[in-house]
Design a protein around this ligand. Sequence first.
Ligand SMILES: Cc1cc2nc3c(=O)[nH]c(=O)nc-3n(C[C@H](O)[C@H](O)[C@H](O)COP(=O)(O)OP(=O)(O)OC[C@H]3O[C@@H](n4cnc5c(N)ncnc54)[C@H](O)[C@@H]3O)c2cc1C
Length: 501
Amino acid sequence: MHTQVLIVGGGPTGLMMGSLLRRWNVNCRLIDEGEEITRESRAIGIQARSLELFQNLGIVDQFLERGQIGSGAKVFLNGKERVTVNFGDIGREDTPYPFVFFLSQTETEKILVDDLKKHHLNVERQTTLEDFYQDDKKVTATIRKRNGKEEIVTADYIIGCDGSHSKIRKILDLPFEGASYESEFIMADTQVDWDLDNNRLMVFLDPGNIGVHFPLKDRSRVLTVRENHDMPETTETTSYPATLSEIEEHFKEATHRDVKLHDAEWVTRFHVHHRCVRQLKVRRAFLVGDAAHIHSPVGAQGMNTGLQDAANLAWKLALVIKKKAKEDILETYHSERWPVAQKLLKFTDRIFSIVTTKNKAAIGLRTMFFPLFARFMMMGKRGRDFMFGFISQLNIHYSPSLVVSAGAGQRMPNFETIGGKEIFDLLKGYKFHLFVFGERPYNERLINVEIHHLPSSRFKTNGLVLVRPDGHIAFQTNDVSEKSIIDMEKYLEVSGIEHEF
Ligand SMILES: Cc1cc2nc3c(=O)[nH]c(=O)nc-3n(C[C@H](O)[C@H](O)[C@H](O)COP(=O)(O)OP(=O)(O)OC[C@H]3O[C@@H](n4cnc5c(N)ncnc54)[C@H](O)[C@@H]3O)c2cc1C
C-alpha cells in the first residue's frame, strides 16, 4: 500500500508530526512498536514555545487544565537558600506563557493522541519498522504488524521519530556522535514531606551531591545525580532498579534537611548521553526528535526540541507533496534545525559539566561564584531575557536561508492589537498568516494565507509581516505599497513557494 508519509514512532515527536501533516491533509501512516503510550512521566517540563505551538493548534487549554505552572525557582548551596527567581518577574511580555509548565509526558501524549484522532489518524500499535530502502521516487519499507505478518509499504517520504535507539538512523548508517556522562540519575515521582514549598522548582548543590525538586500538580519529582562507575552502560533501567529509600537517602544528603518520600508512582535510575547526527535528512528520509539528538536533562529541552523539529518540517513537506514548493525547501529543515540542536547540546553539556564537576578547585569556584553569577543574570532585564529566552526556546531564530528580508527567521512575538485581541489570538491553525498593519487594505491575491488587516493608528509604522505555519517570520517590510507586496511575492517565488498554496 502507498502512503505519502510513513511516520515511524508515536512518542511526542511522531504524534506532533502526524497531527501537523494531517492539518494539511497529507495522507500518512504512523506506526509504533509499543503496545500503548508511555506510562513513564519522563518529560515533565514544557517550555513556553511548546505552549505557543499548542495554542496555535487549539489544544493549549487541555495542557493548562491538567498541569502545574512553576511559580519560580530557588537554588540552595549546602542546604542554604542563595538565589530566588520568581517567574512573575521575568518580564517577557511577548508570550502568554512567561513560565515553565509541568505536566507528565503520559498526559502530553494522551492529549496529542486525542488531537491526532480528531484529524483522522490513529497510531498503528505493535507495528515495527524492520527495514527500508529508497530510490529517487519513493521509499520502500518493511513493517511487522501485531499479528506477526510482514507488510511492504511504499511512501513518498519516511520520518524517523523512533527515539534515541532509532532504527532509521541505523539503516541510514548515520553515526550518533557524542558521549555518555559518568553520573547516574535516580529519580522518583512521589509525595514529599519536608519544610519547603512543593510548588517550586528547587536545585540543591553541595560538593558531593545534586538534588532537584520539580513541582507536579498532585505530587513532586525528585532527582539526584551522583557518579557511579558500577552502573551498566545502558539507558535501560529495569535491570538495575532504584528504590525509594535509596533516593530518599541521597536527597536528604543533597538538601541537608529531613525529608520523607512516600507513595511513589515511578522510581527509576538512568544514565545520560549527549549525541547528535551530522545530517537530519538523507534524500527521502528525515530524523526528528530524539532520533536525531539527545542531551542531558538540564533545562528540560528534549521533548520540546522534538516538537519544534516537527513544526519546522511538517509544512515544508506538505507544500512539496502538494507540489506547491520545490523540493529544495526540504533542505532547510537541516539548515534551520541542526544548528539549534548543536547549540543546545553545547549549552546543556557546559552547564551539566559545571554542575557535576568532580574537580575540587572547580567545586570551590562553583560554590563561590554560582550564586553571584545567577543573581547578576537575574537582576537586569537583559540577563533575565537571555536566560529565559534560551530555556523557553523563545529566542530561537533561523538564519534566513529560505526568504531574505530584515527580521525574517525570528519568531513572531505576541502583542495586543485592536479590540483587546492579541496576535496569538489570530495566529491559529498551523498555516501562513499575513498581518497588514496600516490603513491600506490588501487586495488578497494570496490564496490560502489568512490575512489580518489591522488598521489602527496605534501601530507606529505600517507594514506587512508574513508568518510561517511554525510561527517564524518569513518576510517583513515597513510599508504596504504595491511594491512591497510584489517584493514579498518575489521572495516566495525565489523560495520556490507558490503563492496560491
Ligand atoms: C527521566 C526523563 C526526564 C525527562 N525530562 C524532560 C523534560 O522535562 N523536558 C523535555 O523536553 N524532555 C525531557 N526528557 C526527554 C524526553 O522524554 C524525550 O526527549 C522525548 O520522549 C523524545 O520524544 P520522541 O518522540 O522523539 O522519542 P520517544 O519518546 O523515545 O518515542 C519514540 C517512539 O518510537 C517507537 N519506536 C522505536 N523504534 C521503532 C520501530 N523500529 N518501529 C516502530 N516504532 C518504533 C517507540 O516505541 C517510541 O514510542 C526526559 C527524559 C527522561 C528519560
